[in-house]
Each structure stands twice: as C-alpha cells, then as structure tokens.
Design a protein around this ligand. Structure first.
Ligand SMILES: NC(=O)c1ccc[n+]([C@@H]2O[C@H](COP(=O)([O-])OP(=O)(O)OC[C@H]3O[C@@H](n4cnc5c(N)ncnc54)[C@H](OP(=O)(O)O)[C@@H]3O)[C@@H](O)[C@H]2O)c1
Length: 304
C-alpha cells in the first residue's frame, strides 16, 4: 500500500478516469477528482468541483501528481469547443496546479503519429498530426512540456492506443450495437490498430508515476497489433453475434465525424517495448482481454 500520497485526477467521471480513481484508491492513494458541477465520480472520493474552461479554476490543496485525462473526444465536431476544452482548458489547469504539484502525467493518443505506414513505430517516430483534433492535443502537450520544464514539474505523456473495457466506446459503440445488429465496420476494417485493456492503460500510468519515469513519452498499447475487422469479429464471436458488414468511409464520416473516422481508419502498428520495461501487461492481447471485459459486462448487466 502507498503511504497516502495525494493525487488529482481530471476526467475522473470518464471511462478511463473512473478506473484510474478506483485503482489508485485501492492502492492507498489519497485521490481528489476534478468534476464538473452536478457530476459525481462512481467511486467514492474527494470531489473538487471545477470546469477546465473556467479561467478561475483553482485548487486549495497540493498534490504529488496530477493525472490529466479530461478532454473532449474526437466525437466533438465543434472545433471551438474542442479548442476551448482541450487546449485552453489544459492551460487553465496548468495555471491552477503550478506550484501545487510535483508531477504531471498527460494522456493523449496514437493519432499524434499521423499516418506512419506499414512499419512498427515507437516513441521516436516523428509527430505528424493530420486532424484538427490531434493538432489541438499536440499543442496542449507541447504547452505542458515547456511549462513543466520551466517550473520544475516532472512531466510525462502517454499515447494510448484504443482503450477497451466494459464502458466507453467498446460498450456503447461496439458491443451493444453488435447485439442490436446495427454496427458496421468503416471501410472494411483492414487497417492495423493498437488496443489496450483499460486495466493496463491505468496500470501503465501508475507505473510511470511510481517508477518516476519522467521527462519521457510512452506508447501504451498491447503486444498484438490487429486488423480492426479481426478485433470486431472476435468481439462478435465472444458475444455470440454474426460478423458485421462494412460501411463506406464517407458515410461513416458523415455519421460520426471526419476526425474520428480518420483516426479510426488510419493503419498503425506500434511497439510497446518502452512501457513494457516498467510495466507488465495483464492482457498482452485482445484475445485475453475481451473475454474478461465481456464477463465483467455480464456481471454489471451492461449488455442488452
Ligand atoms: N478511450 C480511448 O480509447 C482513448 C484512447 C486514446 C486516448 N484517450 C484519452 O484518454 C483520456 C480519457 O478518455 P476517456 O475515454 O476516459 O474519456 P471520456 O469517458 O469521454 O471522459 C472524458 C472526461 O473529461 C471530462 N471533461 C470533459 N470536458 C471537461 C471540462 N470542460 N472540464 C472538466 N472535465 C471535463 C468529462 O467530464 P463529464 O463527466 O463532466 O463530461 C469526463 O470525465 C482522454 O484524454 C482521451 O483523449 C482515450
């Protein structure tokens, strides 16, 4: 057990943040959660009410580490809202925690690497944002890196692959729609994706903090890059559903937004060698992770 170290989690009501708060709490951390007015964390913890978009955001407490997960997803089609939450909000957060935290871990995604082609890439691959969503996220990351360096705050960034678990997109967009037979695979699904189980996403972040691996960036995806269609079909098999058909990319973009579908349909194979040096994955492959997630969904009555 950890000796009551004090951490702040932003995005604590979200899919990954909820699991991070519960794991940190079980490990003995004293966890504060930034929540918007009227929202509550699913796990009982100290809630601090605030909105990233408010320039009066402030904290009375000091923290050993801030885990910054709060963001709009690429489903947000309004560029002004995206910029306000993901960039201005990140700046407001920094101003509120500057002088009040020793460390900051920032969460981003593999989209920062653009379209790297067929080869397996690692953290040294050049960053090349090709959506507005990622461009904004990269500006926020660079802002934090520079400000943390100037102000003596330890900083690391994690680039998550697609994080699956019993909630979030896996539940809402994939599993339930497979059950309703309304899911279609954009563009046929022959593009590589790096997936990561939510337990490993959370475990990796905590390992970075506990092993003091700062001044670094980490790709966090499991060891099994897979065609998106194979991941979907495996999930359908586990749910006892038929393999879904395909939808043209342009129609998927019209329904879910251009940035989301571009990020989804970009093929990417990533190496998790660097994070594996400090963290052992519980689920090195989706073939182990999905059955566990589906049984968790059944236990929680999340499935239809
Ligand atoms: N899920 C994935 O597959 C994946 C992959 C790569 C990277 N990531 C990154 O991981 C992080 C967490 O993802 P997630 O899937 O857990 O996201 P999520 O479920 O959509 O949760 C987003 C969180 O951000 C909070 N938030 C949004 N706007 C806010 C604001 N103005 N002020 C304060 N809080 C605000 C939300 O609070 P409310 O409850 O009040 O809305 C919620 O707690 C994000 O940065 C995401 O980009 C996720």
């Amino acid at each position: 057990m950890v000796d009551n170290k004090s951490v702040l989690v932003t995005g604590a009501t979200g899919f990954i943040g909820t699991r991070l708060v519960s794991t940190l709490t079980e490990k003995g951390y004293s966890v504060s959660a930034l929540v918007r007015n009227g929202r509550h964390t699913k796990v009982k913890t100290k809630e601090i009410v605030g909105d990233l978009t408010s320039d009066t955001l402030h904290f009375d407490d000091c923290f050993d580490c801030v885990f910054h997960l709060a963001s709009c997803t690429p489903l947000e089609k309004n560029a002004k809202v995206l910029e306000n939450v993901n960039l201005t909000g990140t700046k407001n957060l920094f101003n509120a925690i500057n002088g009040k935290t020793k460390s900051l871990i920032y969460v981003s995604g593999l989209g920062v690497f653009g379209e790297p082609g067929d080869k397996i890439i690692d953290e040294s691959h050049p960053q090349n944002p090709n959506t507005k969503f990622v461009d904004i996220r990269l500006k926020a990351e660079n802002f934090l890196r520079e400000k943390c360096q100037q102000n003596g705050i330890n900083f690391s960034v994690v680039y998550f692959g697609d994080v699956y678990g019993s909630e979030g997109w896996f539940s809402d967009i994939l599993a339930k729609r497979l059950q309703k037979k309304s899911f279609r695979v954009p563009g046929g699904g022959k593009y590589f994706k790096g997936f990561v189980n939510v337990d490993d996403a959370v475990g990796s972040m905590i390992a970075i903090y506990e092993k003091e691996s700062f001044g670094e960036s980490f790709i966090v995806a499991d060891s099994s890059p897979v065609f998106f269609k194979d991941f979907v079909n495996y999930t359908a098999d586990q749910l006892g559903q038929k393999h879904p058909g395909s939808v043209p990319v342009f129609l998927a973009k019209a329904a879910l937004g251009s940035d989301l579908i571009k990020l989804l349909t970009t093929s990417m194979k990533v190496s998790n060698k660097k994070i594996s040096e400090i963290y052992s994955f519980k689920f090195p492959s989706y073939k182990e992770g999905i059955p566990k997630v589906i049984s968790e969904m059944k236990e929680k009555n999340i499935l239809l």
